[in-house]
Design a protein around this ligand. Structure first.
Ligand SMILES: [Zn+2]
Length: 191
């Protein structure tokens, strides 16, 4: 078992839970190290993870260490890692503001600080039921040229060259959605 990875995942889980980004038992986190992926288990709160619960799988999803059942979104994480060699950390959350936009089908603006792209809004991928191969494929495809995607009616998937970068991105998406929501409530902003 890779001790530092389990520490990193547990610390990240507590952090995003305490920030209100992964309420209840929602969300999942993973890290890739070479051909091994460490991922949070199914059905637990990210705020109260124990190191022994982190599951290690190979790139095909076969468990190589850890006794718990891996997150139901394991295939989504694997799909992204298989398509993006540069991605080493993934954070999936149902953070309230970003998920509110996702449920309403409203786009989140690609403000300064996000990866540049032609689309002025963050990419939103079509709805597919949680935990399905269909969702894994559409999220993986959506992330081919993006660092973050909004899952319609569901939540967000943020990626990074390490877990810290993915976490910062997940926070930034939520903050952007929150600011956009507030500015809409207050009225049009003139520049
Ligand atoms: Zn989810």
């Amino acid at each position: 078992m890779n001790y530092p990875l389990t520490v990193k995942i547990c610390e990240t889980g507590r952090h995003i839970y305490s920030k209100g980004l992964s309420p209840g038992k929602s969300g999942n986190i993973s890290v890739r190290s070479k051909d091994t992926v460490a991922i949070t288990p199914s059905g637990v709160s990210l705020g109260y993870l124990n190191m022994g619960e982190i599951v290690f799988v190979d790139m095909e999803g076969k468990i190589v260490a850890g006794g718990a059942k891996p997150s139901s979104e394991l295939q989504l994480h694997l799909d992204v890692y298989q398509k993006r060699d540069d991605v080493k950390g993934i954070v999936h959350t149902h953070s309230p503001y970003a998920t509110g936009f996702a449920r309403a089908g409203e786009r989140i603006e690609r403000v300064e600080g996000f990866r540049e792209g032609k689309n002025p809004f963050l990419k939103m991928v079509d709805y597919a039921p949680p935990g399905t191969d269909e969702l894994a494929t559409s999220a993986g495809n959506g992330l081919l040229e993006e660092d973050v995607v909004i899952l319609k009616n569901h939540g967000i998937v943020a990626t990074g060259k390490n877990l810290f970068e993915a976490t910062l991105l997940a926070e930034f998406v939520e903050d952007t959605a929150k600011t956009q929501f507030i500015s809409r409530v207050l009225g049009n902003i003139e520049i």
